[in-house]
Design a protein around this ligand. Sequence first.
Ligand SMILES: *Cc1c(COP(=O)(O)O)cnc(C)c1O
Length: 480
Amino acid sequence: MSALRYVSTRGAAPELGFGDVLLVGVATDGGLYVPTEVPPLPDGWQDEQPYAELAAAVMWPYVEGTIERTAFDELVADAYRSFEHPDVVPVRRLDDGLYLAELFWGPTLAFKDVALQLVGRLFDHELAKRDERVTVVGATSGDTGSAAIEALRDRAAVDCFILHPHGRVSEVQRRQMTTVLADNVFNLAVDGTFDDCQDLVKAMFADAPFRDRLHLSAVNSINFARVLAQIVYYVTSAAAVRRALGRDAPVTFVVPTGNFGNIYAGHLAHRAGLPVRQLVVASNANDILTRTFTTGTMAQTGVVPTLSPSMDIQVSSNLERLLWELAGGDGEAVDVLLRRFRDEGTVTLDAEQFRALGERYAAYRADDEACLDVMARYHRTHGLLVDPHTAVGLSAAEQHGYGPDRPTIVLATAHPAKFADAVERATGVRPPLPERLADLLERPERYETVANDLAAVQRRVDAGARLGGGAGARATDGHR
Ligand SMILES: *Cc1c(COP(=O)(O)O)cnc(C)c1O
């Protein structure tokens, strides 16, 4: 088979192979890269086998031509060795027809590790092959930063600068970032808010000479490589449930959703041949996706903070990939639609596209109150602690209905200890950190505070990055 090609959802950027898609992230026309076809699942996907082996087989057709098979197999095996559970993504039965797929056994206790642990390794491999290096800069309100840092620590071809708002992330979130003492990791605590951090990162990318000199890069959720790694657990968990049931029932997936990245991977798994009955969007009070999927109109409102902060978004960037498919691959039409959305804050899908969505998707909303109720109930009835994001998913599963004839898998996206305050509020029980993070609160930290000032931040990046003028000056220790 010849190498798979990728095109932009806006239709005006060059077609690329996987290696370029991995490194560029977003397309030059502002679109997102999508594969020109969806390769079928490998034979034997239903059979019991180690996660990493099936993962490599599922992903191989997407990366073939960029990397040697044996090297790829090794990267995949190495990525999933960093997971604490031997199944990598274990499936837990809750009730007749209701299962949890636990995506939180990676180093930072949330599902982003499943993709980033692999993407960090792929980055390093591809850069080494090209004899290039990059400087990754990113802003975080807590979760994404630690997953990126764990993925990029000690990677030879990457320096990593993560900006977080000083004093505005939880202690556990901060420590998951600042206790990583790798020489290529720089934690910058900005005197400002998360929005300030994000604006600083955008401004660094907008400064073309700075961007080009430092080879700025991002590993954000619109990178297709992240979607790719997420296809795998749809396949492994559906296979596990089918084996448990002893029959070929199609399964429903319920996905706590923010940027639509996770559930879009389920969409591709379905298109690759996985027997999926339905994909269920589960939103918190920031329910732009649920409103879009139930009314056909996508309308922006303000973001409100909730107990499930990783889903507090107002624009779901990965939805663009689905819109492209609904538009029959017409990039110009997607461009027109999303420009209108940006200018007017609202667009309505055409009737045919909306009907097509309804065939495969359902969508529900669970506010904080519903979420606390779910956490309390599952603790009472099952002795189970779930995090608030997973609780949004369980609420959606209850609203949608499930049963032995409608097997349903809820994706559990974070470990309860990662959101211990919310879990304790709902259940009265404070979930302990897992063994390997038990001493997190005693570990030494390293971070620097910087002013909310573009020039100051750029000076720090320049001095620290191996591509920068300061040629790799390491941060001073301390700043507790
Ligand atoms: C990022 C995240 C989500 C949302 O995932 P998307 O791919 O943005 O839909 C849900 N739960 C947790 C815990 C997350 O970290």
